[in-house]
Design a protein around this ligand. Sequence first.
Ligand code: FMN
Length: 401
Amino acid sequence: MAGLQGKKILVGVTGSIAAFKAAAWVHALVKEEAEVTVVMTRAAARFVTALTFAALSGNRVHVDMFADDPGQLMAHISLGRDADLVLVAPATANTIARLAHGLADDLLATAVLAAAGKPVVLCPAMNSAMYRHQATQENLSRLRDLGYTLVEPDCGRLACGDEGPGRLPEWERVREEILHALTVQDLAGQHVLVSAGPTREPLDPARYLSNRSSGKMGYAMARTAWRRGARVTLVTGPVAQPPPAGVEVIRVETAGEMHDAMMGVRDQATIIVKAAAVADFRPAFRKTRKIKKHQASPSLELAENPDILAELGRTRKEGQVLVGFAAESDNLKEEGRRKLLDKNLDLVVVNDITRPDAGFDVETNQVMLIDREGCRTLPLLSKEQSADAIWDHVLALPPRS
Ligand SMILES: Cc1cc2nc3c(=O)[nH]c(=O)nc-3n(C[C@H](O)[C@H](O)[C@H](O)COP(=O)(O)O)c2cc1C
């Protein structure tokens, strides 16, 4: 799946004190090579000038439905008709009310109607009392029923000094909603369970055994599955990744905790992706107090952790798809194939951890996909692109007898 590159996004800016933030969002869209056109309400133009949006988008900005300008005639239709997606940000209470009732009394409202059938993403921003008002809530509910995507506002201190819901959310969350709205929902109806990150096996309150997994690949699998319409549960070891939008996140530390979390969800999952780097061993004894240097011995006794993937393979339900990841440094194909058969998997994704641009903690990956029919190597891709290619492969897997 492509990102936002080449997507035609119509950004509708309305008369909120948060209108200046839309300038940064237009800049972010243009940086990703989206084709951005801005339409402003008359009230929005009191907060930020059209010149700002024209400079940032590289396109003329539309405000007046009746502009006496040959280049803009019929803009009330073409703006919506030509867009892949309409983003209204910030969306005032007034514009929300007008859109909920299908009014067409300004250029933005008319363009939204002319975009019938296209995704519309709305980011309400207003004082919390205005947001909580029954009239606004009923309008928002009606917009949801009409199929519009509503991005919940953040809570916090507002420009008027009140505290509560009403702030524009962070761009990353809105970007995810845009990608979700633009993506073919080919994983709709699936419940995907993903594990990601390392586990930590404590030795004492200060020390643990772990590994170099950053969680990036597992998080990319979870993020892309949600974008493609799946319900997603992510069981994650300790990592520095932000929680993916729309995904239910269960945080664990040890292999034992990861085992219990995975077994708690596996029966509801239709596809399980085990991308976590679970420690095979843990310290046999865990001290409750920090081990002092003079008490420590130079050797460490280890105990074996449960093999989560093997257990999932042994107890899999009929029709459930099971995908494992393998981090290997030698004999990638043979090791992957052995894992596929030993653990009763449908697909093994093998990372070559000796490559500097693949595997642990880098942004890119080059993986080998091994299923029962054969093996293929994907090119070097970003982890998100690799995740999408893996989902394409999962969807094309032949059913298991
Ligand atoms: C300083 C100031 C800040 C405002 N901020 C907001 C806001 O954040 N959200 C909102 O819904 N209305 C806000 N309003 C009220 C809108 O500007 C007003 O309802 C206007 O009619 C909206 O028109 P539009 O929806 O066509 O842009 C604000 C008004 C002023 C004077």
